[in-house]
Design a binder for this molecule. Structure first.
Ligand code: BGP
Length: 464
């Protein structure tokens, strides 16, 4: 049967690239002066929690190989690259002394990215707290908020001549959920009151960084990266609808509303009040949040949020499943390696939500991607034939293209990630890269998807 081939052309100047993070790519070398972060520490005490006991010390050796890696970015058609500074590399004790080797490294790195004609977008925080600050109470403590503000200001003044587009935090709800309501991030507590304080303090820190960025240079743009998705209810039953509404309040609006609109949703505040878990806050802090919205948004999208009414009665300690439960929808399309549903229209729904409810703020897709285990099985003549990844990208881009035609204000698409990288507890189980990494030799080889991405960028569109 003949299938119609469509051509999807993107707006002029649309950005094409990828995202990575310092803790997942740089690795450490002796004498680099990097301090311990929460991941280094956690691995040192519980290595068995990490897939195949592989920790964050080596990752993909970007610290040493960044020049040749940037050449590969160029080779795969990147016009933009999002990466992160590691706080624990720049200020090893979290507060105080700046590591001059880190300053030299990041300056050379940003210069090299720009020299290749690629736009750097620099994130200040990707789940990586200097461990010494974790010991001082971590994000539960206001002291960390002020320390982060100083760190952000240090970055703006050290690198502001090379970088004009910044991110305050990557997916700030994730450490809240995984570290204070679950066991997937250190410190693995289950404590709703602490979780709320951590979320609030992180938002306050983000707003302080927005303020500092604009004070440093009013032309610079700053954003927060959120993993947004509408919550899709199991059914139209009022209890499922309520569960979806509350899920969205906790999972997305808790950062989206204060970051873009400057205020928290009333219903979220009422729930926290009712549970007696409001954070410690003051009017001055709320004014900082109110007066410092982000300039644009970064959106990470991997999977939809599907929910159903809770079956559990409310009891102590309060957990999210008192309010909503994940709904395992029969017949869903799934990436079996990561266990995440693949639902391409989610990206369209996000675009329309931002258009209709968040004054069509400018945004970019800062992560979207597919992690696959055992990719060697797809090796043909030395190249990984990852057609599944090409389909994944193309199908999401079709939805994004549709949203753009309807007026969505999306300015770019960044894949996770350019080279196979270390993925937190999953370490190297699932590979996400456009470029394969041989863990033994550190050799890099462009996959089929890397060449597809290059053509996508060169043509500013694709045919399917
Ligand atoms: C995002 C994170 C990334 C990356 C990605 C893939 O939530 O921002 O750091 O890891 O998810 O997830 P994972 O590595 O857990 O498979």
């Amino acid at each position: 049967m003949n299938q119609k081939v469509c051509h999807y052309q993107f707006p002029k100047g649309f950005l094409w690239g990828s995202s990575t993070s310092g803790p997942q790519s740089e690795g450490t070398v002796q004498g680099d002066g990097k301090g311990l972060n929460n991941w280094d520490y956690w691995f040192s005490i519980e290595p068995e929690k990490f897939h195949h006991c592989i920790g964050p010390e080596t990752t993909s050796t970007f610290y040493t190989n960044y020049k040749s890696d940037i050449a590969l970015l160029k080779e795969t058609g990147h016009t933009v690259f999002r990466l992160s500074i590691q706080w624990s590399r720049l200020i090893p004790e979290g507060i105080g002394q700046v590591n001059s080797k880190a300053v030299a490294f990041y300056r050379e790195l940003f210069k090299e990215i720009k020299a290749q004609g690629i736009k750097p977008i620099v994130n200040l925080y990707h789940f990586d707290l200097p461990y010494i600050l974790q010991e001082k109470g971590g994000w539960e403590s206001k002291e960390i908020v002020w320390a982060y503000e100083t760190y952000a200001k240090t970055c703006f003044s050290l690198f502001g001549d090379l970088v004009d587009t910044w991110i305050t935090f990557n997916e700030p709800i994730v450490p809240v959920e995984c570290g204070y309501l679950g066991h997937y991030h250190y410190p693995c507590k289950v404590d709703a009151k602490a979780a709320v304080q951590v979320a609030y303090n992180t938002q306050l820190a983000s707003s302080l960084a927005v303020k500092a960025c604009h004070e440093h240079n009013s032309e610079h743009k700053i954003s927060i990266v959120l993993n947004l998705t509408p919550a899709y209810p199991r059914s139209d039953h009022p209890e499922d609808l309520k569960a979806a509404r509350i899920a969205e309040l906790f999972q997305t609006k808790s950062f989206l509303d204060p970051s873009v609109l400057g205020v928290y949703p009333d219903e979220l505040i009422s729930i926290l009040k009712e549970e007696d878990i409001l954070p410690e806050y003051c009017a001055d802090e709320l004014a900082i949040i109110k007066n410092n919205p982000v300039d644009f948004l970064g959106v990470n999208y991997y999977q939809p949020l599907r929910v159903q009414a809770p079956r559990r009665q409310k009891e102590q300690p309060i957990t999210l499943d008192c309010y909503f439960e994940p709904y395992n929808m029969p017949g869903k399309k799934i990436n079996p390696h990561r266990g995440w549903e693949i639902y391409e229209p989610g990206i369209y729904d996000i675009a329309l939500n931002l258009k209709e409810n968040y004054s069509n703020i400018e945004w970019i897709v800062t992560e979207n991607g597919m992690g696959v285990e055992g990719e060697e099985a797809f090796l043909v003549d030395g190249q990984i034939q990852d057609d599944y990844r090409i389909d994944f990208m193309a199908n999401h881009l079709i939805q994004l293209h549709k949203a753009l035609k309807e007026g969505a204000n999306c300015k770019g698409y960044l894949i996770w990630t350019f080279i196979d990288c270390w993925s937190w507890l999953n370490a190297y189980k699932n590979r996400y890269g456009l470029i394969a990494l041989d863990l033994e030799t550190q050799k890099r080889t462009i996959k089929k998807s890397g060449y597809w991405f290059k053509a996508l960028s060169q043509h500013n569109g694709f045919r399917k």
